[in-house]
Design a binder for this molecule. Sequence first.
Ligand SMILES: Nc1ncnc2c1ncn2[C@@H]1O[C@H](COP(=O)(O)OP(=O)(O)OP(=O)(O)O)[C@@H](O)[C@H]1O
Length: 174
Amino acid sequence: MANRAVPNILVTGTPGVGKSSISRLLAERTKFTWREVSKLAEEYNCLDEYDPEYQCPFLNEDKLLDIMEGMMTKGGNIVDYHGCEFFPERWFDGVFVVRTNNTTLFDRLTARGYTGKKLEDNVQCEIFETLLEEAQSSYKPEVVMELQNDSEEQLYKNVDTIVEWIERWKEENI
Ligand SMILES: Nc1ncnc2c1ncn2[C@@H]1O[C@H](COP(=O)(O)OP(=O)(O)OP(=O)(O)O)[C@@H](O)[C@H]1O
């Protein structure tokens, strides 16, 4: 078992499912540190040349992991990223896969200005449950949990669910 008094949490899922919305509210409630991996990658120059197919820069994963390692040791982190297989399994006590109904996700991504291949790829990623499968193949089944996040009501319920999970984790890991 990891040597930390508070857990580390991974919030993952397809772009647009609501990872940031959940992480922001959760950080306010728990005082855990919200680690937006895309922002960390930018801040610490972990982005390599541009990938024309996916219209985003390549992530230098090794460099990012080296930088994040020290942040993770004491626990109390909410890591927010649309990928999960390249993180060390030992970092996380709970992995929350955020899910959104396909049509709702389509509307959210369109509102964000996504079009064409980028829009299609992201909606397909959700339809094919790519991130759920990635989480299930990278972490033990008992730490992977799905959160349905279509409505505002569900958003607050999801935050409550994680807060309750953290409380239980603390009781069980004293
Ligand atoms: N439960 C919800 N109900 C209604 N709207 C939501 C909900 N969750 C998120 N949204 C909205 O959907 C959009 C995408 O949310 P958000 O940025 O949190 O997603 P994300 O998964 O962090 O995306 P990315 O991976 O691209 O950072 C935002 O406009 C947000 O306000």
